[in-house]
Ligand binder design. Structure first.
Ligand code: BGC
Length: 388
């Protein structure tokens, strides 16, 4: 807050009252462009997979609002205040539920599972039994396969304006995974603008689970252009480097001296064009960062991101050991988003708290195996403040 006041005062001294007033008005006009999109429940009450899906709204005392759909248990809109108190929709998505039911749709706001991220060659072994999954990303399986859980109509177990819980059972053998796997995802929005997502899963047969949310964020507001000037800090001193198909080699690589060093805040765009093999493989950032264990309230502090135009600051705290940072490299004007703009190159980024990619085939990575009788739990918090 102090900086704009100093700037306005300097402006008065240099250019006089009228010019500064105009400047101030232009600044305010700029924030109007990022103003809220209010989703209409009629557009989210369509029949998909032969059943009606619903729009669920969580709203807190400050007006911050999370819009959810039980189709994929998705986060379809998230209004949080910017530095002027204007509500800005910071997640990308569509204004109609059925638009999410499209194979061209790159997992906007959805829960991905039962195994988020890639599994090499769509294969893994549990107790000498080999499972072959359908492949949907070159020779690999990405985000649970063709249907995973993102095209499922989840049951709404609870929705009371502050908390919503969705449940879905993936039948045994669906998308090749042993199961059935019973999953539950709970979203809650606190009065201090924290969106918490909690996950639970149990299984009837030994299986693998890695659940996360796949929201694309733009903290300047959906439709406000490139994310390259956002500043990002990642609490990670290593990544899991990948091969050309984005499967981890199994090694851990220090970020020191590489474009992957986000331990001190820098813009997403600062080093994205660097001559680096990992960046070439990812066509930008598309990598799992190994969290360094910095704790806030007992959770791993994973990331701090700030939108350069709105000053909106998002912090991600998680129980997960890693976070996939994807800089929207495959976004290519394929679909039209809520605000009527295309999903242009790098106009959104994902930060997906999760276990490491291809863990079922990587004995040195933290395990993603879930046994019958055990309960998988995980929690991530997305906390919104402003950079004042
Ligand atoms: C992956 C990207 C992929 C994107 C959309 C991200 O989680 O890491 O490689 O393009 O999801 O599918």
């Amino acid at each position: 807050m102090r900086k704009p006041i100093i700037l306005i005062m300097a402006c008065f001294v240099l250019f006089g009252f009228q010019a500064c007033q105009q400047n101030k008005e232009q600044k305010q006009a700029a924030t109007v462009d990022t103003i809220q999109v209010t989703l209409d429940s009629a557009d989210f009450s369509e029949n998909i997979n032969g059943a009606a899906v619903k729009l669920i709204t969580l709203k807190n005392a400050t007006g911050a609002t999370a819009y959810l759909s039980n189709f994929g248990a998705r986060l379809v809109g998230l209004l949080v205040p910017d530095q002027h108190g204007t509500l800005v929709d910071v997640v990308l998505g569509f204004d109609k539920a059925s638009l999410y039911h499209n194979p061209e749709e790159p997992y906007y706001g959805t829960i991905v599972g039962p195994f988020g991220n890639r599994i090499a060659n769509g294969k893994f072994k549990l107790d000498d039994e080999e499972y072959q999954l359908p492949t949907n990303n070159g020779k690999n399986t990405l985000h649970g396969g063709m249907e995973g859980v993102h095209f499922a109509n989840w049951d709404i177990k609870e929705a009371n304006g502050k908390v919503a819980t969705f449940a879905y059972t993936l039948p045994d053998g669906k998308e090749g995974f042993p199961g059935p796997i019973h999953m539950e995802v709970t979203y809650s929005l606190s009065d201090n603008n924290e969106l918490t997502i909690s996950y639970k899963a149990t299984t009837d047969k030994k299986t693998v689970v890695n659940l996360t949310n796949h929201a694309y964020f733009n903290l300047n507001g959906e439709g406000s252009g490139s994310i390259l000037d956002h500043t990002l800090k990642l609490y990670a001193d290593k990544i899991t480097p990948v091969d050309s198909t984005l499967i981890p080699t199994g090694a851990l690589q220090d970020v020191e001296g590489t474009p992957f060093d986000f331990r001190t805040s820098k813009t997403i765009g600062a080093d994205i064009q660097a001559d680096d093999m990992q960046l070439k493989y990812g066509k930008g950032y598309d990598h799992n960062f190994v969290l360094d264990g910095t704790k806030v309230d007992g959770l791993n502090h994973a990331a701090t991101v700030i939108g350069d135009k709105t000053g909106i600051k998002m912090e991600i705290l998680t129980e997960e050991p890693g976070i996939q940072f994807y800089s929207g490299n495959f976004m290519a004007d394929r679909v039209t988003l809520k605000k009527g703009v295309k999903d242009s190159f790098r106009t959104g980024f994902c930060l997906e708290p999760q276990h490491f990619p291809d863990s079922p085939n990587q004995p040195n990575f933290p395990t993603t195996t879930l046994n019958p009788g055990e309960t998988y739990t995980s929690k991530s918090i997305y906390k919104f403040t402003t950079n004042q």
